[in-house]
Design a protein around this ligand. Structure first.
Ligand SMILES: C/C(=C\Cc1cc(O)c2ccccc2c1O)CCC[C@H](C)CCC[C@H](C)CCCC(C)C
Ligand SMILES: C[S@@+](CC[C@H](N)C(=O)[O-])C[C@H]1O[C@@H](n2cnc3c(N)ncnc32)[C@H](O)[C@@H]1O
Length: 234
């Protein structure tokens, strides 16, 4: 199944499954990711592969009303969900946050070089067709000295216990829950995609090859997840 079709298909159940299956923990991991991105008051921040907008909304809180956030994704259904959630938020919080949703490709970002102060990517790098190209694009659009934080499942092939726990969660809990919502095939994709995903140290090498001056991969949740933090030279 093509990636864009997969994400358009799961959009209606995506948030619900993330909340239920991670016991809400994905929110904690996303909060850590925004902190690692260095997003700060008044800055212009970018969330690539934004999906329904979880990380973009957190970035908006970090940059505040004097800053701005762009969320980019290639799935129209995910972006529609993000825009709907933004409207709901505005009804309760007021139109304080400057947010924009852009349909586009992570491997060819429609932004000028050096135009963002911070960037995030949540569960996107594993899914793009050309990871080096996506990393080069993130490096290009960041201002010198700024960082991107990239959250995803961790390929734990080097740790038999963590790898077995991750396989158990996915095969015994995640896929059956997805099956009950009619999207088993889409969630069966997760395990092999994690096995194909570069390990943390390999991601650090890819980021440096893409031009980043420093790159550190932090394991999260006992190594089930991980966050790659890469910084552009001053
Ligand atoms: C937010 C999460 C996953 C997002 C996600 C990423 C993808 O690439 C997908 C591809 C295809 C279908 C769906 C997704 C997708 O949802 C992470 C949290 C939710 C997960 C679905 C469940 C995570 C299970 C973990 C292995 C264990 C949680 C451990 C915790 C200590 C309880
Ligand atoms: C698993 S979702 C993650 C959504 C969100 N970042 C989160 O953490 O909940 C992956 C997202 O990446 C998007 N995506 C995958 N490949 C892409 C690409 N080449 N360009 C833009 N978006 C892409 C999908 O449409 C999907 O919304």
């Amino acid at each position: 199944m093509a990636a864009r079709r997969l994400f358009n298909t799961i959009a209606p159940v995506y948030d619900q499954l993330n909340d239920q299956l991670s016991l809400g923990l994905h929110r904690v991991w996303k909060r850590m990711t925004v902190k690692w991105s260095g997003a700060a008051t008044g800055g212009r921040a970018l969330d690539v592969c934004c999906g329904s907008g979880d990380l973009a909304f957190r970035l908006a809180e970090a940059v505040g009303p004097s800053g701005s956030v762009v969320g980019l994704d290639f799935s129209a259904n995910m972006l529609a969900d993000a825009a709907r959630r933004q409207q709901q938020r505005q009804q309760t919080l007021g139109p304080a946050y400057n947010m924009e949703w852009v349909q586009g490709d992570a491997m060819q970002l429609p932004f000028e070089a050096g135009s963002f102060d911070a960037a995030t990517m949540g569960y996107g790098l594993r899914n793009v067709a050309d990871r080096p190209a996506a990393l080069r694009e993130l490096h290009r659009v960041l201002r010198p000295g700024c960082s991107v934080a990239i959250l995803d499942f961790n390929n734990a092939a080097d740790n038999a216990v963590v790898d077995a726990a991750q396989a158990w969660f996915l095969e015994q809990l995640v896929v059956p829950a997805a099956r009950s919502l009619g999207v088993a095939e889409e969630y069966e994709y997760l395990r092999p995609s994690i096995q194909r995903f570069p390990s943390g140290p390999q991601q650090e090498v890819l980021a440096r090859q893409a031009g980043f001056a420093t790159a550190v991969h932090y394991p999260i949740a006992f190594g089930l997840m991980g966050c790659l933090v890469a910084t552009k030279a001053e």
